[in-house]
Write a protein that binds this ligand. Sequence first.
Ligand SMILES: *[C@@H]1O[C@H](CO)[C@@H](O)[C@H](O)[C@H]1NC(C)=O
Ligand SMILES: *[C@@H]1O[C@H](CO)[C@@H](O)[C@H](O)[C@H]1NC(C)=O
Ligand SMILES: *[C@@H]1O[C@H](CO)[C@@H](O)[C@H](O)[C@H]1NC(C)=O
Ligand SMILES: *[C@@H]1O[C@H](CO)[C@@H](O)[C@H](O)[C@H]1NC(C)=O
Ligand SMILES: *[C@@H]1O[C@H](CO)[C@@H](O)[C@H](O)[C@H]1NC(C)=O
Ligand SMILES: *[C@@H]1O[C@H](CO)[C@@H](O)[C@H](O)[C@H]1NC(C)=O
Length: 311
Amino acid sequence: MGVLQYYFSMKVLMWVLVVFVQIREHNGCLEEERIGLLQLKSFLMSNPYTSSEHLLPSWVEDDSKSECCGWERVTCNSTTRHVIELSLDNLKSSLGNPYYYTPETVAEVWSLNVSLLEPFKELRSLDLSLNAINGWIVDEGLENFSSLRNLESLNLGYNFFNNHSILQSLGAITSLKTLNLTWNGLVGYFPAQALVGLRNLNTLDISNNCFNGTLPNQGFERLAVLKNLQTLILDENCFENCFDDSILPSLSRLTSLTTLSLAKNVDLGLRGNGEGGWESLSRLENLEILDLVSVTSTRAVFYSHLLQSNP
Ligand SMILES: *[C@@H]1O[C@H](CO)[C@@H](O)[C@H](O)[C@H]1NC(C)=O
Ligand SMILES: *[C@@H]1O[C@H](CO)[C@@H](O)[C@H](O)[C@H]1NC(C)=O
Ligand SMILES: *[C@@H]1O[C@H](CO)[C@@H](O)[C@H](O)[C@H]1NC(C)=O
Ligand SMILES: *[C@@H]1O[C@H](CO)[C@@H](O)[C@H](O)[C@H]1NC(C)=O
Ligand SMILES: *[C@@H]1O[C@H](CO)[C@@H](O)[C@H](O)[C@H]1NC(C)=O
Ligand SMILES: *[C@@H]1O[C@H](CO)[C@@H](O)[C@H](O)[C@H]1NC(C)=O
């Protein structure tokens, strides 16, 4: 065979390979991600809280090997066939409303093995809310959250996270636009510094935890570098403690905010309207929605006047 012929047959072979790969991709999800989903299911089956014969019934090994884009709770991009969304909220669907968490639920809290998310490199949205998760297993040497390079929305609400270090790990997901940590057991100061790398962050929900205003040097003003941050939900951090007025000057630096919710923080509004009190918030020029439900009411009313006279 001449050099030229060899060259052309190699070229044809390459084309066949490319076309083959494309056809495979268009027919179903990618093999690596299908295996990843099955490994994730097998982990969840080995976990007392999620283990059930009714868990993810469509996630099964079969001969066609390519239909996982049609599996429940999985969404693929219709062009690339990559998994882009995993809606793994309330895996134990019978759990229902978080108010019904029983002592048994608490006894079964579990940690998610983060390495299992590594195959989903194009994941945009991950919902793990309502699952009694209280931590992560990060295998040494394996990639951690930083492998989720495209993740834009992460919902960890209604779980049992009680350790600040979770925020440190999440700080590596620089693509995040929405981070939801509502209804967890995070206590003490809010470690804002851990999140300053999230330059795309638009919405942060840390309502219904036990954060309070201690350690002002870790304050919310650190988030002022997040120029896309528009929505900040701090409701009801009162399971044990509350935000008090000491956070107001710090919040007043977050000038990109359009929505700020401080509802049900009963220690807010005690210092009054002056410098260091509600007046500081008048610097938030872009603010459209301010939720102060159940905050000391006369001050809240006063502030809403301030907003109107200062458009
Ligand atoms: C699917 O992927 C293509 C190519 O990367 C991209 O242009 C498109 O916006 C994606 N669609 C969705 C719904 O993410
Ligand atoms: C976590 O998952 C990875 C990938 O499947 C596996 O290699 C590792 O052993 C798991 N770690 C634990 C503690 O289960
Ligand atoms: C895990 O993430 C941190 C950033 O939070 C990074 O510094 C570290 O190198 C990562 N570890 C691995 C094993 O990828
Ligand atoms: C929080 O997590 C970190 C890192 O995993 C660990 O070193 C620390 O002991 C934990 N703190 C508590 C109070 O559990
Ligand atoms: C956070 O997640 C909970 C549970 O899914 C949801 O009810 C809430 O609206 C979310 N917060 C934001 C700001 O989207
Ligand atoms: C804030 O929370 C931490 C941890 O729960 C606690 O030690 C501290 O006393 C609280 N501070 C206030 C002012 O309530």
